[in-house]
Design a protein around this ligand. Structure first.
Ligand SMILES: Cc1cc2nc3c(=O)[nH]c(=O)nc-3n(C[C@H](O)[C@H](O)[C@H](O)COP(=O)(O)O)c2cc1C
Length: 191
């Protein structure tokens, strides 16, 4: 079994990455293969609303000039998908929104490509707005007919500067429990 994780932060190896890696460590303890892809610095733009994906039906976005189709391939090939984002103005990052809009539309055009995969949202935040970002990611999972495990708190960790989230013990514990529950659900679904 495999879980692919995307860090939507514009900042590589920051708080979102630390939170995601905490979830991945638990998954690996349970024997689940993981991969982390960081969107920082990568070329990725939003949906151009051409709807060619409905005509082409080839599991690809017709805009081929950026990393989006590579991301879709990783998502299709995984049993579980983690989408992580920092909170930017009480929402997800532009990079993650671009991934969701395009990977989401291609999936609908091709018969719900992520149906019954397991999804988990991870959010880094300094002070406020994380729950809205968390909901934005979960809206994508639910409309994609994905299965979403919970944790002991909503999946967020607090910090501003790179690495500051390490001080948020409850946030890290939330990520560990999320990893345990995600592994449990993956094993049930794929039994
Ligand atoms: C453009 C921008 C907008 C932000 N907006 C918010 C916000 O609405 N609420 C908040 O608490 N923190 C906000 N922050 C702070 C980040 O969410 C916080 O530093 C987070 O830990 C960054 O994660 P990263 O290290 O993975 O990039 C913002 C940061 C940036 C760069």
């Amino acid at each position: 079994m495999k879980v692919v994780a995307f860090n939507g932060s514009a900042r590589k190896d920051g708080n979102t990455a630390i939170l995601i890696k905490t979830v991945l460590a638990e998954l690996e303890k349970e024997g689940i293969e993981t991969e982390l892809l960081q969107l920082a610095g990568k070329k990725i733009r939003g949906c151009v609303a051409c709807f060619k994906c409905f005509a082409n039906k080839n599991q690809r976005c017709s805009v081929q000039k950026d990393v989006l189709n590579d991301c879709i391939e990783k998502m299709v090939g995984a049993d579980g998908i983690i989408l992580g984002s920092p909170t930017y103005f009480a929402n997800i990052s532009t990079e993650l929104k671009a991934l969701i809009d395009r990977a989401g539309m291609v999936a609908i055009a091709n018969g719900d490509m992520y149906r019954r995969k397991v999804g988990a949202a991870v959010v880094a935040v300094r002070r406020g707005g994380a729950i809205h970002a968390f909901n934005s990611i979960n809206h994508f999972f639910f409309i994609s007919q994905m299965m979403v495990p919970g944790s002991r708190y909503w999946n967020m960790g607090f910090g501003l500067e790179k690495g500051e989230v390490e001080k948020d013990e409850e946030g890290l514990r939330t990520m560990q429990v999320l990893g345990e529950n995600m592994a449990w659900l993956l094993k049930k679904i794929n039994a």
